[in-house]
Write a protein that binds this ligand. Structure first.
Ligand SMILES: O=C[C@H](O)COP(=O)(O)O
Length: 250
């Protein structure tokens, strides 16, 4: 069985002094609990190289928040997967709803995931339904289609992570209830089993208003292999408590 995977997405937060301080604190702390939990932080690209350097000798994983689908070229302001790997990233978040809402579709996410794998980055692919889709009874259909369309061919189960993030739960303080999370994770795992060899073993994280208070209840649900945390990942005590909740130690 996998140890819980605790991922933090800093989004567009973190200037140099605070970001490096937070990363150093987490890296030092994680030394004391490994190998009971895997922890990934995804800082802004401006801090990636420095944080990857300070984490290099320890268990803290460092990832990026997006990559371009091309290897190089005239793409002002974008970063290729190879650049992110070169800066020290091991993972990359792809298809976050905050990017899908700006026009990124699942076909582009799949192209980015393929580019990421070519640079040996592990894609952490986000999927999730809107509140309107849920209320229309379409959550399962929408999420299954996003999953199907966001995965490039040739993946193996170990090389990707999926995050189920219902859009209505992101940054709202309203996390999905236990029944919803368990049902959606079961559906996603069943779909994955049909999409790639060993797909049932792909780790599936839950994201959306995860806090120190609700993490234990979420992390111990069937089919939940970890969490993708936004706001609470910027608060060291909260993020550590979330990780400890995965061990049953909170
Ligand atoms: O990537 C993280 C998710 O968007 C969740 O964010 P949140 O924990 O602030 O709701």
């Amino acid at each position: 069985m996998n140890v819980p995977f605790i991922a933090g997405n800093w989004k567009m937060n973190g200037l140099r002094a605070d970001g490096l301080g937070l990363a150093r604190d987490l890296a030092d702390w994680l030394e004391t609990v490994r190998p009971g939990v895997q922890m990934l932080i995804c800082p802004p690209a401006t801090l990636l190289s420095d944080i990857a350097a300070l984490a290099a000798s320890g268990p803290l994983l460092v990832g990026a928040q997006d990559c371009h689908h091309r290897a190089s070229g005239a793409h002002t302001g974008d970063l290729s997967a190879a650049m992110l790997a070169d800066a020290g990233a091991s993972h990359v978040i792809l298809g976050h709803s905050e990017r899908r809402s700006q026009g990124e579709d699942s076909a582009l996410v799949a192209a980015k995931a393929a580019a990421a794998r070519l640079s040996e980055l592990r894609p952490l692919i986000c999927i999730g339904e809107t509140l309107m889709e849920r209320e229309a009874g379409l959550a399962g259909t929408i999420v299954a289609r996003q999953l199907h369309d966001s995965l490039p061919p040739g993946l193996d189960a170990d090389s990707i992570i999926i995050a189920y993030e219902p859009i209505w739960a992101i940054g709202t303080g309203r996390h999905a209830d236990a029944g919803t999370i368990a049902a959606m994770h079961a559906l996603i795992k069943a779909e994955l089993a049909t999409l790639l060899p060993g797909g049932g073993d792909v780790r599936v994280l839950y994201g959306g208003s995860v806090t120190a208070a609700n993490a234990a209840g979420i992390l111990h649900l069937p089919g939940v292999d970890g969490v993708l945390v936004g706001g609470a990942s910027l608060k060291p005590a909260d993020f550590k408590a979330i990780a400890l909740a995965g061990l049953g130690g909170a």
